[in-house]
Design a protein around this ligand. Sequence first.
Ligand code: SAM
Ligand code: SF4
Length: 341
Amino acid sequence: MVAVREPRSVSSPALTDRFGRRHRSLRVSVTDRCNLRCRYCMPAEGMTWLRRDELATDEELVRLTAVLVSLGVSDIRITGGEPLVRAGITDILARLRALPGVAEISMTTNGVLLAEHLDALVEAGLDRLNVSVDSLDPGRFAQITRRNDLTRVLEGLAACERHVALRPIKVNAVVLRGLSEPDVLPLARLARDRPYVVRFIESMPIDAGRTWSSEQVVPGEELRRMIGATWPLREVPRTRPSAPGRRWRFGDGRGELEFVSSVSEPFCASCDRLRLTADGRLRACLFATSETDLLTPLRAGANDAQLTALIAETVDGKGPGHGIGTPGWSYDGRPMSMIGG
Ligand code: SAM
Ligand code: SF4
């Protein structure tokens, strides 16, 4: 039997950190497994997966999320790994959506299994969707993801268009220098021709294979110059300061892009995100060096007050920023696929 820690008093309200940031967004990772092997995320082979008994059950994920929602989380994003490979994902989504206080539930998916799940997910309450597509070229898609599934992903995206309430559908694209440059304009064009906001994401040093180097990063500013040479862009003023993406519209008003430039333009000062991993650990930052195990105390019988104390302590310990790019910085924590991207 694992001892349950007694609550430690923290000076700030549970979800407000020492820098005054209030945390309203929660990413819930439902699995560390995936049906793709994107090269900036996982190695081709040799991943070690969580054991079944290490994974939080549906009941446990809902209970932990419910405590966080009772403290002020209002937006939930379901992610992974690939969330659609988790059995019972629709039921999990419905249960999280039904928690009193949840204003919006979204999902980030690679889209491979989307066409077959989408109607049920919308029925269960899905409000928003991000689909990751790094290339519209089948060969390069396969080179990046190490699987030949572009057609299925595009079928999933097309299915989204039938659900007008999901709009704008967001398309996530990680850009890798020396590989993705030919994809930039075709992806930007997608935002002009379809009801999608295309988000260009800088590659971050959080891959399981530890292959990241700063040379891979194509800064958002460089991408805007590339795209702007064909279609002039103008920045859209921020309406949600905590949003990670800076928004830009095409000058002719036909569509919108976002740039998630975590490396070159960090947005830590306005971060309102927490992450719950598939094994029930809470992280206050993607790049945090520590995480708080909530699952073991939960299994040992912790009540909501005891879980709240652990949550408050984690939020209280959140640092001011991630520090990527500062001399000597390195990341030795768990990879993105285990934390929930
Ligand atoms: N499997 C789903 C997917 O790919 O959409 C959800 C999980 S994935 C970890 C969430 C997002 O993180 C995806 O858009 C993915 O492209 C992005 N991502 C993964 N590894 C990344 C990295 N090293 N740097 C930047 N973004 C990354
Ligand atoms: Fe899987 Fe998403 Fe990671 Fe690609 S980015 S390997 S789809 S978890």
